[in-house]
Design a protein around this ligand. Structure first.
Ligand code: MEV
Length: 324
């Protein structure tokens, strides 16, 4: 049995299908490298010790028997619930020290919670010599997401586990790699932090007042995802771009657009992007623009001029892996 291990997992970017994917529709997600790494160590005290400086958690201590109870700081909840769920399933009953470190700011919404959840589960499996398939890791990670957030599709943890670009249906009903190389994608951060849980609730509230209308919007989004999957595989980027624009219209209908994101999205389209949309829960976080190579600098400048911050990310990167 090892005493210490370091694992890393990528972040994620939703390409198409957000919100609808919470309700049994497909989405397309890509793993991005900004990676998060976690070092896990067995300790003799019967407790969890956590340092996650990038989410302002230092010297956090919780007894194993109290995991998941009491006041849990926002930056600690995914790791703590992941340890709790792992311990309940595999009865490791051992103290653990975990240190996480992210290559990107958690503010961008690129998936530091999902990556830390997946790193925790993978790291524990390695430390305690428990063979877990990707699907097993997904089940535990998705349970952790639901325990913390109440609702969610699991698209973020699947990206952290499998890496690459994936066609994914709610809760892992379908997980299918889309074999492509680097995506011609520009990412712009809006400067506003998105609150996924609140936005899912707001959309659900709207759905309770307009059930048929919102359901048909989800169905339309699902169709756009299906068509874009074919276009991704054929690398017909203008078609993918057009479908991204359609999808953005649907997300506006759901009420998760914002003036800031729209300014960045229109600026990117006007500067020559094939298509542009918000990525993720909406209102804030990031927008993405699918862009021909010869227009990259125009689109980047347009996003910056409209008040956004261009973030350099590698897309389609490797999933969770053992570092040392
Ligand atoms: C949030 O980034 C994307 C949502 O679809 C939530 C989820 O799929 O878990 C809104």
């Amino acid at each position: 049995m090892k005493k210490q291990v370091t694992v890393s997992a990528p972040g994620k970017l939703m390409l198409l299908g957000e919100h609808a994917v919470v309700y049994n529709r497909p989405c397309i997600v890509t793993a991005v490298g900004q990676r998060l790494s976690a070092t896990l160590e067995i300790i003799s005290e019967n407790r969890l010790e956590l340092d996650a400086k990038d989410v302002k958690v230092t010297g956090y201590i919780k007894q194993l028997v109290e995991l998941g109870q009491g006041n849990i700081p926002k930056g600690a909840n995914f790791v703590e619930m992941a340890v709790k769920n792992f311990n309940e399933k595999f009865k490791i009953n051992s103290g653990i020290r975990i240190r996480t470190q992210s290559e990107s700011s958690s503010l961008f919404g690129l998936g530091s919670s999902s990556a830390s959840t997946v790193c925790t589960i993978k790291g524990l499996a390695v430390l305690f010599d428990i063979k877990l398939s990707n699907k097993d890791i997904f089940k535990l990670a998705y349970k952790t997401v639901l325990d913390v957030q109440g609702k969610g599709s699991g698209f973020d943890v699947v990206a952290a586990i499998y890496g690459g670009t994936l066609y994914f249906v709610t809760g892992g009903k379908v997980i299918e790699p889309i074999e492509i190389e680097e995506l011609p994608l520009i990412v712009g951060y809006s400067g506003i932090k998105a609150d996924t849980v609140t936005l899912i609730k707001e959309v659900a509230e709207k759905a309770s007042r307009y059930p048929d209308l919102i359901d048909s919007i989800y169905t339309h989004i699902g169709k756009m995802v299906e068509l874009s999957k074919i276009a991704f595989l054929a690398k017909t980027w203008p078609v993918v771009g057009e479908l991204m624009n359609f999808d953005q219209g649907m997300l506006e209908s759901l009420g998760v657009g914002s003036a800031k994101l729209s300014a960045m999205i229109y600026a990117a389209r006007d500067a020559g992007a094939w298509g542009a949309k918000l990525s993720g829960a909406g209102i804030g976080d990031c927008m993405i623009a699918l862009t021909p190579i010869n227009k990259i600098s125009d689109v980047e400048q347009a996003i910056t001029r409209s008040g956004g911050q261009v973030i350099k990310v590698r897309t389609n990167v490797e999933g969770v892996r053992i570092e040392k």
